[in-house]
Design a protein around this ligand. Structure first.
Ligand code: ASP
Length: 598
C-alpha cells in the first residue's frame, strides 16, 4: 500500500509512514509511529514489527545505537503505541523478510517513546481470523479492524463508494439526503419504529429505502438523484443480513427501462474496471420466466451450465406413483445432470437431506449406466422411460442426475438451490470471466399460496408494462430489472408509476383500499397529481458489492461496526433496555418480553 500512502505532513510523531521505509530512504533518519505488531528478542537485540495504516517496518533496538531507549525495547508488548526515530539500513541478505513489503530494510532505533500501553489483546491481530469467534471479534471490533486484511476491506469499500460518487457526479446526478426519521416505506420487511416524545402515541419509521422520497425528488424536477443511503429492515434472522445496511440509490426522470439499464451498465463497467474486474457491456439479459425455468432462481449464476430440465413430458403416464401422481395433479418432474461423478451412498443421502432443507418432499438420484438408470428407484421405471430421461438430460455413462417432483416452480427451485450449493463443492464453475446479467420482465405480483393475497414482487410503486388487467394480477408484467453478478443480486429497480389512478389500482390489487392508501401514501398520491414525470431508478446493496470485491463471504467483514447474525452489537450492547423514565417520556411501558405471536 505504500504507493497510495496518504499525504503526510511531518510532525513530532512521524515524518514517514511505516510502509514507505524502502530503498530510497536508506541512510536517512526517519521518525515513525504505530502499533507493536510483534516483538522478538535475539542475542541482545530487540526486533519490533511496527504497524501503521500503510504497512509494517522492522525496528531494531541495539545497545550500541539505541542508547537510553534500548531498555524500552524490552518493555514493548503487542499493540503498544510507539514512536521511534532512527536510521534506515539495508538488512543483511540473510535476514531479508520477503513477506513484508519493507522486508529488505529496517530502522536502527536511536530514540523511542511509548505513547500508549495496551492490555493483552483478546486475540492476535496478526493472523486474519486466527481461530477467533465472531462474537469476540465484534466485541472488540476496534482491535479486529486493526488487522491489515480488515483495513484493506474498509479501504476498498471507501474506494468503491468514492468511484460511485465520482461517476454519478460526472453524469449529472445530485446527491441528496432523505430523512431517516420518516413514515413507512414498504419494501417487504417490517419497519423499525421510533416513538415520538413530542407526539405521544405516534411513531416514526426508519426507511426501508429512500424510495418514496426519491420519487418526490423527481416530481420536484431534480431529474437525476443519488444517495449513499442507510436503510433499515426488521427482518427475521437470515444469514448475512444486517438490520441496517447501505444502498447506492439512484433515480432518473424522463427515462424508460432501456435508459436506466444503459446508464447502469456504464456505471457498473466503470466501477468494476476501477476495482480490477473486467465486465464487457452490454450485459446479457434473461427474462424472469426463463431464469426460473432454466435455473430455478431469479438470481441465476450463468457462469456454468447444469441447467434445470423439465422431464414432465418424458414421464407423463408413468407407472411410478411418486412421479405419476405429481404429474396428474398438474405438477412437474425436473432434473439436473451434474456430469460424471462418483459419490458414495452416504453423500447421495446427504443430498436428499439438503434438498429437504430447501423444501423438497424428496429427491431422486440416478447414474447413467449402460444407457439406462442405476438408482434405487430404477426398477419402477421402464427401460424406455430411463433412456428418455437420459436423453432429455443429455446424460452420458457415469453422469449423476438429481430429480425432483412437485409444482414446477418448487421442483425447479429446489434443483436450482442444489445447483447453487454444489457449484463450489463440486467445482462446477469454470475459470473465466465474471457474468453480470439483467433479469427483466418480472411479474408485477405473486400470490401467497396460503392466503391467496397478492404481493408486489418488487414494491408497490413499480410500473406495470402496458395496461394491466386488475382481474388477472398474475398475468401483469412489471417494468422491473435486477442486476445479478455471478448468481448474487447486486441491485434491483424499476420504472415507477407516475399516474395516481394506476397507483391506486395497484394498491387495490395489493389489498390496500383507497382509504388506507390515502392514509398511508396520501402524500405520494397527491404529489403524483402535480405533474410527475416518467421516472425510474435502481438501488444496489453496497455491503454485498464490497464484500464480493474484497473476496469475503460475509457482508459483516466490509462493515466497520456490524451486528451479529442475530441482530445485536456485542461491542456496545445494543439493543439494550432503556430506563422507565425514558419510556415514560415517549409514553410507553415495557413488557420486557417479546409478544407471543410475532
Ligand atoms: N427501492 C428499491 C429497493 O430498495 C430499489 C428501487 O426500486 O430503486 O430495493
Amino acid at each position: 500500500m505504500s504507493e497510495d500512502a496518504p499525504f503526510l505532513k511531518p510532525n513530532e510523531y512521524r515524518d514517514t509512514w511505516c510502509g514507505q521505509v524502502l530503498g530510497d530512504r536508506v541512510g536517512e533518519e526517519v521518525v515513525v509511529s504505530g502499533w507493536v505488531h510483534r516483538r522478538r528478542d535475539h542475542g541482545g537485540l530487540v526486533f519490533i514489527d511496527l504497524r501503521d495504516r500503510t504497512g509494517m517496518v522492522q525496528l531494531v533496538f541495539n545497545p550500541d545505537e539505541s542508547g537510553g531507549s534500548f531498555d524500552l525495547g524490552h518493555t514493548l508488548r503487542p499493540e503498544f503505541v510507539v514512536s521511534a526515530r532512527g536510521r534506515v539500513v539495508a538488512r543483511d541478505p540473510g535476514t531479508v523478510n520477503p513477506e513484508m513489503a519493507t522486508g529488505e530494510y529496517e530502522i536502527h532505533v536511536e530514540a523511542a517513546e511509548i505513547l500508549a500501553e495496551s492490555d493483552t489483546p483478546p486475540f492476535e491481530i496478526e493472523g486474519f481470523r486466527s481461530e477467533v469467534g465472531e462474537e469476540v471479534r465484534l466485541r472488540h471490533r476496534y482491535l479486529d479492524l486493526r488487522r491489515p486484511r480488515m483495513q484493506e476491506a474498509i479501504a476498498l469499500r471507501h474506494r468503491l463508494v468514492t468511484e460511485m460518487r465520482s461517476f454519478l457526479d460526472r453524469s449529472g446526478f445530485l446527491e441528496i439526503e432523505t430523512p431517516v426519521l420518516t413514515r413507512s416505506t414498504p419494501e417487504g420487511a417490517r419497519d423499525f419504529l421510533v416513538p415520538s416524545r413530542q407526539h405521544r402515541g405516534s411513531f416514526f419509521a426508519l426507511p426501508q429505502s429512500p424510495q418514496l422520497f426519491k420519487q418526490l425528488l423527481m416530481v420536484s424536477g431534480f431529474e437525476r438523484y443519488f444517495q449513499v443511503a442507510r436503510c433499515f429492515r426488521d427482518e427475521d434472522l437470515r444469514a448475512d443480513r444486517q438490520p441496517d445496511f447501505t444502498q447506492l440509490d439512484l433515480e432518473m426522470s424522463f427515462v424508460g427501462v432501456e435508459d436506466v439499464i444503459e446508464l447502469n451498465e456504464r456505471l457498473m463497467a466503470y466501477l468494476l474496471g476501477q476495482m480490477g474486474v473486467d465486465a464487457a457491456t452490454p450485459f446479457p439479459r434473461i427474462s424472469w420466466d426463463e431464469a426460473m425455468v432454466r435455473f430455478g432462481t431469479d438470481r441465476p449464476d450463468m457462469r456454468f451450465g447444469h441447467e434445470v430440465v423439465d422431464l414432465t413430458e418424458v414421464l407423463r403416464g408413468t407407472e411410478f406413483k411418486a412421479f405419476g401422481g405429481v404429474i396428474e395433479s398438474g405438477g412437474a418432474v425436473c432434473g439436473i445432470n451434474f456430469g460424471e461423478r462418483d459419490l458414495p451412498r452416504a453423500q447421495l443421502d446427504g443430498l436428499i437431506e439438503e434438498a429437504r432443507e430447501l423444501g423438497a418432499k424428496g429427491l431422486v438420484w440416478a447414474f447413467c449406466e449402460d444407457g439406462g438408470w442405476r438408482a434405487p428407484i430404477a426398477k419402477f421405471l421402464s427401460a424406455e422411460e430411463q433412456t428418455g430421461l437420459n436423453e432429455a438430460l443429455g446424460a452420458e455413462e457415469g453422469d449423476l442426475m438429481l430429480v425432483a417432483a412437485d409444482e414446477h416452480h418448487v421442483a425447479a427451485g429446489i434443483l436450482g438451490g442444489l445447483r447453487t450449493r454444489l457449484a463450489e463443492r463440486w467445482d462446477l464453475i469454470p475459470e473465466g470471466p465474471d457474468r453480470l446479467v439483467w433479469v427483466v420482465d418480472w411479474p408485477m405480483f405473486e400470490q401467497d399460496p396460503d392466503t391467496g393475497d397478492w404481493n408486489a414482487l418488487h414494491h408497490p410503486f413499480t410500473a406495470p408494462d402496458g395496461e394491466f388487467d386488475p382481474a388477472d394480477p398474475g398475468s401483469a408484467k412489471a417494468q422491473a430489472y435486477d442486476l445479478v453478478w455471478n448468481g448474487v443480486e447486486l441491485g434491483g429497480g424499476s420504472i415507477r408509476i407516475n399516474r395516481p389512478d394506476v397507483q391506486r389500482q395497484v394498491f387495490r390489487t395489493l389489498g390496500i383500499e383507497d382509504e388506507e392508501a390515502e392514509e398511508r401514501f396520501g402524500f405520494l398520491l397527491e404529489a403524483l397529481r402535480y405533474g410527475a414525470p416518467p421516472h425510474g431508478g435502481i438501488a444496489y446493496g453496497i455491503d454485498r458489492f464490497a464484500a464480493l470485491l474484497a473476496g469475503f463471504d460475509s457482508i459483516r467483514d466490509v462493515i466497520a461496526f456490524p451486528k451479529t447474525a442475530s441482530g445485536s452489537d456485542p461491542l456496545t450492547g445494543a439493543p439494550s433496555p432503556v430506563d422507565d423514565h425514558q419510556l415514560r417520556e415517549v409514553g410507553l411501558t415495557s413488557r420486557k418480553q417479546a409478544p407471543k405471536s410475532s
